[in-house]
Design a protein around this ligand. Structure first.
Ligand code: AP5
Length: 211
């Protein structure tokens, strides 16, 4: 199994869903820049206050803030699963100075699938568990299976913000697939399938890719 991995793909591709399982089964440190930023916003830290407007609009938080946030959390460590980072060429170049990357799993999915997945996503504000009212519903009506808390919708999962996030992804993050392909690191996965199938395909690809 590769050591430092990146999960790349549009909003709603299922990066977080794959990452949680892969990290816990393989003992990797799961670093989701989106989760870290939401935590900073919730605690109203200086970083959270600077990031909030960008996130509410579906825009990317500036590269220098993201790079220093990531560096602080991972420098000197290995076995990291980067989720939602890097998202720009500047971030990818910055990452090279922080941690060597062994493979990039690219979850490919079309815009219609993204919109329907994100519109139906609900999260637990207490423990962070992620659900989908259509594909992964909670057992009891809109309550977390793990802690019983009422589920909420992420602010940026409103239709107009989803559309903006997808546009931003196409313009600023999609070119990273080519960047990592040229480096021989890219593993393409059809993420339009069920969570089980996507996860199994990612595991298979990582095993086949072992040097
Ligand atoms: P972030 O939190 O990273 O959002 P994102 O990349 O838009 O990704 P999502 O969390 O929306 O989706 P996901 O791919 O993880 O899908 P999930 O597994 O949840 O970033 C949020 C914001 O923070 C950004 O807009 C930006 O402002 C800022 N930011 C973050 N990182 C940044 C960076 N590096 N640089 C600059 N700014 C940054 O699944 C989605 C739903 O689908 C769930 O309901 C799930 O249950 C369901 N689902 C998952 N897989 C499947 C499947 N295979 N089949 C059916 N349903 C599925």
């Amino acid at each position: 199994m590769k050591r430092n991995l990146v999960l790349l793909g549009p909003p709603g591709a299922g990066k977080g869903t794959v990452a949680q399982r892969l990290a816990s089964e393989r003992g990797l440190l799961h670093l989701s820049t989106g989760d870290v930023l939401r935590d900073e916003v919730a605690r109203a830290t200086a970083l959270g206050q600077r990031a909030k407007d960008y996130m509410d609009r579906g825009e990317l938080v500036p590269d220098e803030l993201i790079l220093s946030m990531v560096k602080e959390r991972v420098e000197g460590r290995s076995g990291i699963l980067f989720d939602g980072f890097p998202r720009t060429l500047a971030q990818a170049e910055g990452l090279e100075k922080i941690a060597p990357i062994d493979a990039v799993i690219f979850l490919e999915v079309d815009k219609d699938t993204v919109v329907s997945r994100l519109s139906a996503r609900r999260i637990c504000p207490q423990c962070g568990a992620v659900y989908n009212l259509v594909t992964q519903p909670p057992k009891e009506d809109e309550r977390c299976d793990q802690c019983g808390t009422k589920l909420i919708q992420r602010d940026d999962d409103k239709p107009e913000v989803i559309a903006r996030r997808f546009e931003v992804y196409m313009r600023q993050s999609a070119p990273l697939a080519r960047y990592y392909e040229k480096k021989g690191l890219l593993i393409r996965i059809d993420a339009g399938r069920s969570p089980e199938e996507v996860y199994a395909a990612a595991l298979r690809a990582l095993r086949d890719d072992r040097p």
